[in-house]
Design a protein around this ligand. Structure first.
Ligand code: HEM
Length: 366
């Protein structure tokens, strides 16, 4: 599969059927010159268009023996593999450095400190983001490597997470499992109507954002060893769903609609009120929904010999306040908190796809 880059309504990598692998990178701009930023966005756009078609970025093997290859070459024979690269702009793009403050959407700012945040500075923030997703991890890696190379002198990598195994489901996809062994993505946004209502920006506030969205990325550590000693009854109460089938504890099948009023044998709600799904469900949040497009990650072992792994949580929404509302609630009382820690975080405005001859974010500089 190859995804077109130019002349689409939205950037790819959001409503696109979720691929199996992802690399997420946040960059700090090292320039204070708006024209450097323009050049980078233009070069990235042209390059992503080539990469998504499975093309190399210029010569893998230049004809002159003393020429440096423009493409690093490791994806040369792999084809497009469903690659999508999605560009996001951090709040810093709109600060005093670049004279773009008047284009800043009213709703866009750094995320506030949220309950139970354990964010590490080196894994938080960033002026630009790239989300590269593909069916072959080497294709995603190659894209990020060569796009980062292109940024030299303008931006440097701030933090990055390598995701393996999708941990959310889109329309028509089977529901995968996260590293806690539970099906993840069962009640994700899937229908066009919900994308229109909850994901795509209407451009009323800032016309350049029409057809864009906001991206929230969180690196969430799982305390795997603790989780693995927990008994199954508690694991299921943490999520409010069964482990094997993924059914809400009020029902029997994965796709049964959760019934939060239904009582269990002990007279308490069958789906505990402090379970993850009871707290996050739209029925209990005034109808609020977000699109989740997360991946499992592992960084091997930590210095104490414990498994270093978790969820690269990536969500899209047309108002970052949606994430703040949900996470404020989850961060306070979610039973899941005993087993996780949010260690990395970023929020980015994702412009719509450019028309050919233009580039992502071009409207900002007019
Ligand atoms: C649902 C896992 C973090 C929002 C679920 C489900 C699982 C899950 C297993 C049930 C299946 C489904 O409907 O997808 C996790 C894990 C997390 C995590 C392991 C962290 C490591 C978050 C965060 C948010 C969030 C940070 C948002 C702030 C939601 C929402 C649902 C959900 C909105 C759907 C609830 C419903 O409508 O029934 N999650 N989640 N999750 N999660 Fe998470």
């Amino acid at each position: 599969t190859a995804y077109a880059f130019y002349d689409q309504v939205h950037q790819a990598g959001i409503q696109t059927p979720q691929q199996h692998h992802a690399i997420f990178v946040s960059y700090d701009l090292t320039t204070t010159d708006a024209s450097d930023l323009q050049v980078l966005l233009a070069r990235w756009s042209a390059a992503i268009s080539e990469l998504q078609r499975g093309q190399s970025l210029g010569a893998v093997q230049p004809s002159h023996a003393n020429a440096v290859p423009t493409d690093t070459g490791e994806a040369a024979d792999l084809g497009p593999n469903g690659l999508t690269v999605t560009i996001g702009l951090g709040p810093g793009v709109f600060d005093h450095r670049f004279g773009l403050a008047e284009h800043k959407p009213a709703k866009f700012a750094d995320l506030p400190q949220l309950p139970s945040d354990q964010l590490e500075k080196s894994l938080t923030g960033g002026d630009l983001s790239l989300q590269a997703c593909a069916e072959d991890p080497q294709v995603a890696y190659h894209a990020i490597r060569d796009l980062s190379r292109m940024a030299q002198g303008t931006a440097v990598v701030r933090w990055t997470v390598m995701g393996f195994g999708r941990a959310s489901a889109g329309k028509g996809q089977t529901t995968p499992r996260n590293l806690m062994g539970f099906k993840d993505g069962t009640r994700n946004i899937k229908d066009d109507a919900d994308f229109q209502r909850f994901v795509w920006h209407d451009g009323v506030d800032q016309a350049w954002m029409k057809g864009g969205t906001y991206q929230v990325a969180r690196k969430i550590q799982m305390h795997i060893e603790n989780w693995d000693t927990d008994y199954i009854g508690d694991q299921q109460n943490v999520f409010g769903r069964s482990k094997q089938e993924g059914a809400p504890l009020s029902g029997t099948r994965e796709l049964d609609v959760p019934d939060f009023a239904r009582k269990g044998a002990d007279g308490d709600p069958a789906i505990p009120a402090t379970s993850h799904v009871a707290l996050a469900a739209h029925e209990n949040n005034g109808g609020l929904k977000i699109l989740r497009r997360s991946y499992n990650f592992t960084d091997g072992m930590n210095a104490d010999g414990q498994i270093n792994a978790g969820l690269l949580f990536i969500a899209y929404m047309n108002d970052p306040a949606a994430f703040v509302t949900l996470q404020t609630k989850l961060g306070r009382v979610d039973r899941l908190n005993e087993y996780i820690a949010h260690v990395g975080s970023g929020v980015f405005a994702v412009p719509p796809a450019p028309v050919s001859g233009s580039y992502v974010g071009e409207a900002l500089f007019r």
